[in-house]
Design a protein around this ligand. Sequence first.
Ligand code: HDD
Length: 737
Amino acid sequence: MSGLVPETVQKVARAAGLGPRESDKLNDLARETKDMKPEDRLTTDYGVKQPTHDDWLKVASKEHTGPLLLEDPYGREKIMRFDHERIPERVVHARGAGAFGRFRVLESASDLTFAPVLTDTSRETPVFVRFSTVLGSRGSADTVRDVRGFATKFYTAEGNWDIVGNDIPVFFIQDPIKFPDVIHAGKPEPHNEVPQAQSAHNNFWDFQYNHTEATHMFLWTMSDRAIPRSWRMMQGFGVNTFTLTNAKGERHFVKFTWTPELGVHSLVWDEALKLGGQDPDFHRKDLWEAIANGVYPKWKFGIQAIPEADEHKFDFDILDATKIWPEDLVPTRYIGEMVLDRNPDEFFTQVEQIAFCTSHVVPGIGFSDDPLLQGRNFSYFDTQISRLGVNFQELPINRPVCPVMNFNRDGALRHTITRGTVNYWPNRYGVCPAASQSEGAYLEYAQKLAGIKARARSAKFQDHFSQAQLFYNSLSPVEKQHVINAFAFELDHCEDPVVYSRMVERLADIDLDLCRAVAAMVGGDPPGKAPARPNHGRRAPAISQLEFPGAEPTIASRRVAILIADGYDKVAYDAAYAALTAALAVPLVIGPNRRRVTAADGSTSVQPHHHLEGFRSTMVDAIFVPGGARSAEALAKNGRALHWIREAFGHLKVIGATGEAVDLVRKAIGVPSVGVSEAGEAKESYGVVTLKDVKPESFKEAVEIAKGATGFMEKFFYGIAGHRCWERELAGLNTLV
Ligand code: HDD
């Protein structure tokens, strides 16, 4: 995959001393890892060298290629081994990818827990994180509208701890018994297995209407959170309520949150749709590319904590996974950080075989009576047995970095060889006694329980709408419009009028304006009078993703296309390329084709990374077009080049242009009010950054101008760091695509 990344960026990263660090887990995996070396020769799996890769043993002569001989053990092994190389894909979250990294606590949480992974600030805990979509099969596209999985395995010295979370803090159901229903409703329909990796179909929305506890969650999935720009730009939430116990034996209810340093950013829907076809691997490549370039994604780790005594002090049940704990009531305390700094060596043995279980917690961390969590604790272990076999925890990626010893034995593909004559307890030798508390045994919290046996939930679980309203009210106007557009798209794909008209009715339970706006697009009747559940009007912080712009403005890892044709302005090109590379962005040179492109003065030429037909504007964050009369003229005559610029404008991307390319950009965008001052001169507006008249004579001068006098590059970079130009959308100028 290194071909994805301009080498120069990797060089800058290496020069800055960026590189993956060793960890206990990487050292542990090294035991199982082998490289293919030039001196290696072909053998069978049982180690016997073979003379060919290519011919099955046959009864053959010069004239006749005879029948195959079944006796060929090598031929049989190769084919039969291949016939069996697939394992069942995950029943949900089948599509995903991940990376290795490390976690560190920056501020001890010893007031909450005695778990060293959350208290020992001198420790670095190795992690593996797998990101995923939920509904699609293993071969589906990355950019579909869906929840994203965000599962972290901490290889701690006390055993593995898994936080199996999502990029959305709530869930569709309160009781695990409904999991098969919500997933069946969302997956392809049973009669024709359509659609793939989409919630836009009758069954999904039929379920959402009928199962009102999903209301809060489906609003999140209609928001931009469900179409992230990058896994590196998503929050992660443990969703369920866990518990932490401190050394004094005090217990808190807690929720875990990851917040990305790069901010929380999304694609726009049209972009996501197109990327599904143009680059179905967009997110996995993005993660790979960033890590390969040394721009390691980083998240802050936060905890929301409620003392045990306060469990019932809220108007929602804190054990209900369809509810958030609003930040104004329970603020997140950020205590640690995680960095992903190493790509996997092999997908199957690391990403496909990693097995997460919510039940994997270490001393100091515990469960709550959150019913969904309790059901999950059963389901994950069970699914790993069916997917990977009973010895799944022996697989290199899953085995802990601390000692493992017990009397679990045998089963398919057991490979640990345990010496000794007994495999039970008690035994006459006293082998493998249980651990004491002082030796680090996991002790369940002595929780007092009382109740009657019943298929029931507490009264507060019955409120399905208050937090849906809270969520909608907390969005910015642009985000609200995106929710409306998302419903308009999804319900348009439901052919059954019962489904879309009932869903329109349901939206009135959240917000009447939302309901009316969607009804105007898809049909269905909004209620004429005030709805039964008027919107309470309350808002909460940290819901709108615009509240997470990123730790500091950066263009590191952002892809910037540089469009050129023969006759381009070398000075402007060189200045932009150098500045982008120095800022650890990824400049991608796009030419009319992949042949070398010659500069205006004929002194030099560059090899484009891609060409206008092969690559698309959807795959970059911003576009820069350097001047040069012949280059601008050639691009102006190229329909695909015009489409690139126009589409990027429609997708709210920042566009920079210098010299003769300024007019080209104006022509491509075709909106007279944009990029032009009242006097008819080009100007920066709505994220179009231009520099027309200044003609630097040298590279040095160009850099000076770009940095200083005109601030061109600064403005261009600042725009890219802001992710998308929302003002353009508010002005209604994004409808060009
Ligand atoms: Fe789940 C996988 C997240 C509810 C049953 N789930 C899975 C993965 C993530 C989540 C990120 C993929 C892990 C990986 O990368 O391998 N699931 C969630 C969240 C939930 C949730 C945040 C709500 C709080 N899940 C949930 C319920 C059940 C399951 C209620 C069953 C009762 N989930 C599974 C599973 C999967 C799974 C069937 C499929 C593959 C796997 O476990 O390893 O057991």
